[in-house]
Design a protein around this ligand. Structure first.
Ligand code: ZN
Length: 190
């Protein structure tokens, strides 16, 4: 059947696709049926990926996220315990194996190492800023600046896949890139 499908991925990849399917693309999103497994190809570049680490992806409804942020803005620290309880009750999670090739794995590792290094530098400046050196203010400003850099790096690294929706039937993720998504069939709302 696949031999006649003009949209099928190259032959060498076809056998990597786990049988009963259940993986689609919907524009830039990856749609998976609950229990489906991703093929052994990098979610970024579609190259072969051997190592599959099972990861847990958490999902919290976007409106609930906004409500929690407002709760925090209104009550600050007092809201932390209720927020934590609400998250524990309403979060949904999925455990899936996310294939990433050697090259992208290494790249992520480097960003992680640099982020940690920058964070340590920022903390060092934080310590210097509380010592009586006469330059406390300058150290504090540099420390905060360096912290912002670490924060931006952490955002750039991001999660491999971010859940946009998880329900009892499908899981929808953001984060996979075109080369991989292009090899998947289009998702038709069921
Ligand atoms: Zn890759």
């Amino acid at each position: 059947m696949e031999a006649t499908n003009p949209y099928a991925p190259p032959k060498s990849h076809v056998e990597d696709i786990p049988k009963p399917g259940g993986i689609w693309r919907k524009e830039k999103l990856l749609v998976m049926r609950k229990g489906a497994e991703l093929p052994g190809r990098c979610i970024y570049c579609n190259e072969k990926a051997d190592l599959h680490k099972k990861r847990r992806i958490l999902y919290l409804n976007i409106w609930l996220q906004i409500a929690l942020i407002l709760l925090f803005v209104a009550f600050n620290v007092l809201a932390l315990i209720p927020i934590l309880i609400i998250i524990l009750i309403f979060r949904k999670s999925a455990r899936i194996k996310i294939p990433v090739c050697q090259r992208h794995r290494k790249r992520r590792l480097w960003i992680t190492l640099v982020t940690v290094a920058v964070l340590l530098i920022s903390i060092s400046f934080g310590f210097l800023s509380v010592k009586n050196t006469g330059y406390q203010e300058s150290f504090l400003i540099v420390g905060l600046g360096v912290f912002v850099v670490a924060f931006i790096l952490a955002i750039l690294r991001g999660q491999l896949l971010k859940a946009k929706k998880i329900d009892s039937e499908v899981m929808i993720f953001k984060g996979a890139r075109s080369p991989f998504l292009d090899s998947l069939p289009e998702y038709a709302e069921q």
